[in-house]
Design a protein around this ligand. Structure first.
Ligand code: TRP
Length: 454
């Protein structure tokens, strides 16, 4: 492990380095911002149980699928499909992935910018008596230049890490930031669960209410699994391409799933007990983190300190995810177009920043515009296309490719090279050929029906 392969491709320097980088990609805004409010809206523990089933039936098989495609070809998503199915249009699946990475990062950096801004805004918000936290948040996102500045800062950090390379950039920062993230999360949980009245929040979070489960809950759980595990656009093809056949694969994939799910569950324990203990509502939806939580911190002993820690946590989680999105685009330019890493990272960072500007301006200068039929703001529109269409489609096509074109026998054989813990069996082929495609088609159909037809 480590160093370069015969073709000069850089490889992860250690097993932990790869796992932390892939887990860093997975653990992001999806875990700390989206998972808690989705759980809050969809029946608490009932949602969690369905989510776990979705992870097992779709998440794990697809993670393995992507990692294998990357490792066996030693290529970015476009190059991977070209290598396995030359002179066919399958490379377009990889191209869809690269494009999706573009779109997701462009608006992800907007929300990450809000988070960075809140590392210091939360101080003002918690210090000013009688302040309206909705006004603070809306005021921030609807001002013209401030959010753009934070978005630019966040993109600069992302570009800096990617420009430094796989081991010296991605692996190095994942190895530093992931333990920091974990320590901060544990501190926040200890604070939250020791507040008087915290038990009510724990009960709310842990009590399964299957009465709230509907088709939308299933849809929510599956799309959450995709987003949270960074699936469907080739992040794991790209990260897998920096593995060698001597490296463990099936168990590494399981570690990544475990860390991602664990952190999402823990984030709920940092949030709900505090929200309930201080008498707030948990069903605030997307505003939970930026509006409810600052209000909670304002009332909490040492709230300023924990507020800063929380937004630091959110920003770190966002950064290790953002780098994985930029790496896909960068690897494509390096492999396929012969670009230098630094040039690729800087140019693409700039272009993605510009593509993201309308999503930021959607709350200020472009406030009136919305996509016909969706009726939401621009950031939600980016998000809808990425999460409801591009990611599931990418995952579906990659599963069909492995299941019916390349063949699951080959894939299983490749995945098992270098394994030391457990081997992938035929059950994986069954999931990839039948279960994954059927479930994805159903959720895509439901998502489109929900948004346009109903
Ligand atoms: N998984 C990250 C999160 O939960 C987001 C993310 C990073 C992502 N890379 C991705 C989502 C690729 C989909 C595809 O915040």
């Amino acid at each position: 492990m480590g160093g370069f392969n015969d073709n000069g491709r850089e490889h992860w320097a250690s097993r932990a380095g790869f796992i932390l980088a892939a887990a860093g990609s997975a653990v992001g805004l999806g875990n700390i911002w989206r998972f808690p409010y989705m759980t809050g809206e969809h029946g608490g523990a009932a949602f969690i149980i369905i989510y776990l089933i979705a992870i097992f039936l779709i998440g794990y098989p697809l993670i393995v699928n992507e990692m294998v495609l990357g490792r066996v070809t030693q290529r970015n998503p476009v190059g991977a499909f070209k290598a396995l199915a030359p002179k066919t249009p399958w490379w377009l699946v990889g191209a869809l992935g690269v494009f999706t990475g573009f779109v997701i990062l462009s608006y992800y950096a907007v929300v990450a910018g809000w988070s960075l801004a809140y590392v210091y805004k939360v101080v003002i918000a918690t210090r000013t008596a009688g302040i309206d936290h909705t006004d603070v948040f809306v005021g921030h996102i609807s001002s013209l230049w401030e959010p753009i500045g934070w978005q630019a800062l966040f993109m600069t950090l992302t570009v800096g890490i990617i420009a430094a390379g796989v081991v010296k950039g991605i692996q190095r920062w994942a190895t530093i930031l992931m333990p920091v993230l974990f320590i901060i999360l544990v501190m926040l949980i200890l604070r939250a669960v020791t507040l008087p009245g915290a038990g009510e929040g724990v009960a709310y979070y842990m009590k399964p209410d299957f009465g709230e489960v509907t088709g939308r809950t299933l849809l929510g759980a599956i799309s959450q699994a995709f987003f949270s595990l960074s699936l469907g656009m080739g992040v794991l093809i790209t990260y897998g391409s920096y593995l060698s056949p001597k490296d463990e694969l099936p168990a590494n994939a399981m570690c990544v799933v475990g860390i991602d799910t664990g952190i999402a569950l823990l984030a709920g324990f940092a949030i709900f007990p505090a929200v309930f203990a201080l008498g707030f509502q948990a069903g605030a939806g997307p505003g939970l983190v930026f509006i409810t939580l600052p209000a909670v911190f304002a009332q909490m002993p040492l709230g300023i300190f924990f507020g800063i820690l929380f937004f630091l946590l959110l920003s770190i989680a966002a950064l290790t995810s953002a780098i994985s999105l930029l790496e896909v685009v960068t690897a494509w330019l390096i492999d396929e177009k012969g670009w230098h890493r630094k040039n690729a990272a800087i140019c693409m960072g700039l272009v993605i920043f510009i593509v993201g500007l309308p999503a930021t301006l959607g709350y200020s200068a472009l406030g009136g515009f919305s996509f016909p039929g969706l009726g939401t703001d621009l950031l939600d529109t980016y998000d809808w296309f990425a999460n409801s269409i591009f990611l599931p489609l990418g995952g579906l096509l990659a599963a069909i490719f492995a299941g019916y074109i390349w063949g699951t026998r080959k894939a299983i054989e490749e995945a098992n090279k270098g394994r030391t813990v457990f081997a992938l069996g035929n059950w994986w082929g069954f999931l990839i050929r039948y279960v994954v495609p059927v479930l994805i088609i159903v959720i895509m159909a439901m998502g489109i029906y929900d948004s346009f037809i109903k």
